[in-house]
Structure formats: structure tokens, C-alpha cells
Design a protein around this ligand. Structure first.
Ligand code: NAD
Length: 340
């Protein structure tokens, strides 16, 4: 099998590429992996260093919105697992342009190439944020999207476009919508690595609004196992939710992180809430559990402890990235920092 992994130099895509190349995902053993990535601020070839010498791995530098390049790169692949996207909510509030370019135009350009080259399966990796906010209960896959921030709207457009290519053209598309991921190699402007790398250096951490916004957390390796299950056995044209069942408010998450570093609340800087900040996300994951046998393997507290250890042991990976994470330090910030 030849798999094209777009955005494979980012946090989740690189986990997926490493796992396939290490034969850790049943169904993809022995697969050839092409990683296609634009290497934006969050794309980092160092994420692929552990598999760089694998003869089954190839890297292509480029933009998914480039039709000529996509025509060339997509040819010969059996499967596309599509991660490439602009992903940072705060950046989307500053400007939605790059989000429309990569998440919408880029996805459509890729779908066109997939159609032309008769790719066997197209997995579109999407997010719970497309649904907006839910006060109680959980969304199932039949719920309508209702995004509130430009990042989420661009992701909704991306995954709806993918589904439309299944319905209109018969392209074999499956969509996954997942909750918040955490784990190693996450760019240090997202909340967990930001807090971990700041607390490690006794620096303050920013918390939005009243800190009561709630998110469900899933370890990135569990997310990739879920994607692989959908790739192997998901039904064409269907959406599958992937979640961790570890719902926490930002205050509860902060408490755990402060405790891990023996730090107190004096290191927390309360900052004004951000516009369009969704209060709560929650996915019903019955479908992927019952149809495909998915269950997260890593309990949140265990995964968090291992993740903290990884950041402690890999300063050489994250320290140079702080230059690119323009809002990563409170003293550098002119807008409040995100907490998702
Ligand atoms: P990330 O920002 O770490 O990685 C995104 C990657 O895409 C980067 O390597 C970047 O260089 C690349 N990229 C961006 N625009 C591109 C373009 N036009 N052409 C080619 N490459 C491009 O993000 P992530 O957290 O790894 O997220 C990966 C995917 O998973 C995204 O689609 C995101 O919406 C989705 N997702 C993320 C989460 C989460 O909690 N991080 C949760 C659910 C879904």
C-alpha cells in the first residue's frame, strides 16, 4: 500500500507517519509513506527524524493548494490521509486567509487530484470544533455543523467538501472528527506544551476568561489508531467521531499541570476571554466504538505524565520553535493566548 500523508510534518500527521513506518498500525504494515508538507511555522522535519532513514519513507515539500504539484504527487498512491491544515484558533482570529487557502482551497485541490488519479480511499481528518459549542450532552455524527471561529468554519468547509466528493463523484471518502489531542511533538503554542514548557522554566501561563471552558482530551497515538481503524474499515461517505472520554475544564487541566511542576496559582495570568470562544465540546463516540472496536488505550493522567517527561527530555526539539510561536510567551503577546 502507498499512503500519502498530507501535513505529515505536523504534530498528528508525523505521529501517524512514524507509527505506520514502525508497523504499529494494524492494516498498514509494510506501507510506503509519502509525507507532503508545506513546512509552515508548525511543520517541522525534525518530527520525522526518527524515521528519516526508513527506505519506505519519502518527503515532498509543497502546498496542497498547488494543483500541478498535487497532480504529480497524488499519482500512484492508494490512500490519502489528509492532515494538512492551518490549525491554530488564535491565528485564525487574527486572519482567516491562510485558513481559507489551506483548509478549504487546499482540500479541494487535493480532492480533485484524488479523483483524477482514482485514489482508493481519502481520509479527511477533522475536528469536534466544527459543531460549535454544546452546553450539555454530546454531538453524534448526524448533528449539523455550526462553527463559531474561522478555524472551525474552514475545517467544516474542508470536511463537507470531502463528503460532497463522495456523494457527487463516488470518491471513497471517510471523515474523522476528533477531540483535543495532546502528546509529544506538539507545537509549543498549544495549551499543554505551552504550559509545560513555561512551567518548566518557572514562567507564567495564561488562562482565558473564567477558565471554565471544557474540552475532551485524547492522546495523539490513540487518535492515530482511530484514524487507522477508519481507514481500514470505515464505511465510505461516513463521519466517525474519535474522542478520549477525558473531559476537563481549563481550570482542572491547569491544576494538574501546576501540580506536576509543584507550582502554584501565582504563576497563572488570567487574560480576557477570546472572541467566539466555545464553552464546551463533547462528542458521542458510540459509532467508532461499536462499528470499529475503538477504545482509547492511554488514560489521561498517564499520558500527561509521559508527555511532560517527553518535553523535559526534548528541550532541544522545542526551544528553537519558540521563535516561531509568536504568542507563546505572555511578554511577547499583544493578543491573549489560546487555550485550545
Ligand atoms: P499542526 O499545525 O501541528 O500540523 C499541520 C501541518 O500541516 C503542518 O506540518 C503544516 O506545515 C502543514 N500544512 C499547513 N498548510 C499546508 C498546506 N497548504 N500544504 C501542505 N501542508 C500544510 O496541526 P495538528 O495538530 O497536527 O493537526 C493535524 C490535523 O488534525 C488538522 O487537520 C487539524 O485540524 C486536525 N485536528 C487536530 C486536533 C488537535 O487537537 N491538534 C484535533 C482534531 C483534529
Amino acid at each position: 500500500m502507498r499512503i500519502l500523508v498530507t501535513g505529515g510534518a505536523g504534530f498528528i500527521g508525523s505521529e501517524f507517519a512514524r507509527a505506520v513506518l514502525r508497523d504499529e498500525l494494524p492494516g498498514s504494515e509494510g506501507a510506503q509513506v509519502t509525507v507532503l508538507d508545506k513546512l509552515t511555522y508548525s511543520g517541522n522535519l525534525a518530527n520525522l527524524d526518527p524515521v528519516a532513514d526508513n527506505p519506505r519513507y519519502r518527503f515532498v515539500h509543497g502546498d496542497i493548494a498547488d494543483p500541478a504539484l498535487m497532480d504529480e504527487v497524488v499519482a500512484g498512491h492508494d490512500v490519502i490521509v489528509h492532515f494538512a491544515a492551518e490549525t491554530h484558533v488564535d491565528r485564525s482570529i487574527q486572519s482567516g486567509l491562510a485558513f481559507a487557502h489551506s483548509n478549504v482551497l487546499g482540500t479541494v485541490t487535493l480532492l480533485e487530484a484524488a479523483l483524477r488519479h482514482r485514489v482508493g480511499r481519502f481520509v479527511c481528518v477533522s475536528s469536534d470544533e466544527v459543531y460549535g459549542s454544546i452546553a450539555e450532552g454530546s454531538w453524534d455524527e448526524g448533528c449539523r455543523v455550526n462553527p463559531n471561529v474561522p478555524y472551525a468554519a474552514a475545517k467544516a468547509a474542508s470536511d463537507l467538501m470531502a463528503l460532497s466528493y463522495q456523494r457527487t463523484h463516488g470518491l471513497d471518502v471517510v471523515v474523522t472528527r476528533c477531540t483535543n489531542n495532546y502528546g509529544p511533538y506538539q507545537f509549543p503554542e498549544k495549551v499543554i506544551p505551552l504550559f509545560v514548557t513555561s512551567l518548566m522554566d518557572h514562567k507564567p501561563v495564561p488562562l482565558y476568561g473564567d477558565g471554565r471552558n471544557r474540552r475532551d482530551w485524547l492522546h495523539v497515538s490513540d487518535h492515530c489508531r482511530g484514524i487507522q481503524l477508519v481507514l481500514n474499515g470505515g464505511r465510505s461517505g461516513e463521519i466517525y467521531h474519535i474522542g478520549g472520554g477525558a473531559e476537563l475544564s481549563n481550570v482542572e487541566l491547569t491544576e494538574r499541570l501546576l501540580e506536576a511542576f509543584g507550582a502554584g496559582w501565582d504563576l497563572v495570568e488570567w487574560v480576557p476571554d477570546r472572541p467566539g470562544h466555545d464553552r464546551r465540546y463533547s462528542l458521542d463516540t458510540t459509532k467508532i466504538r461499536e462499528e470499529l472496536g475503538f477504545a482509547p488505550r492511554i488514560a489521561f493522567d498517564d499520558g500527561l505524565a509521559v508527555t511532560i517527561r517527553w518535553y523535559r527530555e526534548n528541550r532541544a526539539w522545542w526551544e528553537p520553535l519558540q521563535e516561531r510561536a509568536v504568542w507563546s510567551r505572555p511578554e511577547q503577546r499583544d493578543v491573549p493566548m489560546t487555550t485550545v
